[in-house]
Design a protein around this ligand. Structure first.
Ligand code: NDP
Length: 303
């Protein structure tokens, strides 16, 4: 990131939770001018001590710079902060790095446009410790020309991964990764609870948990082209085997006195696959079963 460190940028960061704080800090570390605003003003104290300018209001924070980084819990927080300050939105570029749904990101972009601002949607793929490095990339989507004009400034936060003009795209890619992330992390926590109930520690199972998670890549390599060509034959694993195997996990969990709700919910989806006639097929059929369930639920809601 040496090229952009040669220039000095001026940027506003609104939202100083762990992420926004790390972003403001990265800008200061790289010698850029930073204006900050946060609902809980004290979270800016150490940044101000290092040279950041504390805006007294959201309106002042918007007035200070063209480029505004938003790092908030969700889009509702953006409206809570910016609705009273819409008069200062004209001409601003809002880089919204808050997590939310693709639809809410699109609504946010339309709302910003209605006030003369442009939204670039973001999805950050690192915890705060990775901010200010180029080890990770952040998804971006929205008007390409605006993104490219500000890309050097955004590269201070992390590498960039521009996904396209649709403001919902960065949010979509981000939520797809979160779908995997939260489920995988929770499955590890669940297996830890079972391990603990049986006298094993987190350290005892760490190498084996890592083996499963890092080995997932090989499964993705194998299944991705098969799924894309509609190939779900069960020569490697069959859904009937997966039902029996996961049933053993549920029973091991119960026998250990641990809450079985998580694996039981997954087992229920495997059983649904079998009930739909896929006992002899690969587990990858579930991706079709999930899709149909969503469509069924929507149809039932509309009826
Ligand atoms: P937090 O939820 O901890 O903090 C977000 C900020 O939102 C705080 O500044 C908080 O203000 C503000 N906020 C929330 N609600 C309101 C409101 N109604 N009005 C005004 N301000 C509000 O989030 P993080 O900093 O951890 O993360 C920011 C975003 O980045 C989130 O969307 C998160 O999902 C995403 N993310 C987080 C990662 C992480 O590891 N933390 C990793 C990748 C993405 P106050 O300080 O006053 O409470």
């Amino acid at each position: 990131m040496s090229a952009q460190q040669d220039k000095q940028f001026s940027v506003t960061v609104i939202g100083l939770g762990p992420m926004g704080h790390a972003m403001a800090s990265a800008y200061l570390d790289a010698g850029h001018r930073v204006t900050v605003w946060n609902r809980t003003a004290s979270r800016a104290d150490d940044l101000v001590a290092r040279g950041a300018v504390r805006a007294d209001s959201a309106e002042q924070a918007l007035a200070a710079n063209e480029l505004i980084i938003l790092s908030l819990t969700d889009y509702a927080a953006m409206y809570a902060i910016l609705e009273p300050a819409t008069a200062a939105l004209d001409g601003r570029v809002l880089v919204n790095l808050s997590s939310d749904t693709p639809d809410r990101a699109r609504e946010g972009a339309a709302w910003a446009a209605g006030h003369g601002a442009v939204q670039i949607t973001g999805g950050v793929r690192t915890p705060p410790s990775g901010i200010g490095t180029d080890d990770f990339a952040t998804y971006y989507s929205g008007p390409r020309e605006v993104f490219e004009r500000h890309e050097d400034v955004l590269k201070v936060i992390s590498n960039t991964d521009y996904r396209g003009e649709d403001p919902g795209l960065a949010a979509l890619y981000y939520q797809l990764q979160m779908d995997i992330f939260w489920t995988a992390l929770t499955s590890w926590l669940h297996s830890l609870a079972v391990a603990h109930a049986n006298g094993l520690t987190a350290s005892d199972i760490k190498p084996y948990a890592s083996e499963v998670l890092s080995g997932m890549d090989q499964f993705l390599d194998y299944y991705t082209p098969r799924i894309e060509s509609g190939q779900h034959s069960g020569e490697v694993e069959r859904m009937s085997m997966a039902v029996a195997s996961l049933d053993h996990v549920v029973h091991t969990t119960r026998d250990s006195g641990v809450d079985p709700a998580l694996p039981a919910a997954v087992l229920e989806t495997f059983r649904r696959g079998v009930a739909e006639g896929y006992a002899e097929d690969s587990l990858t059929r579930l991706f079709e079963v999930f899709g149909r369930k969503g469509a069924d639920a929507e149809a039932a809601g509309a009826a």
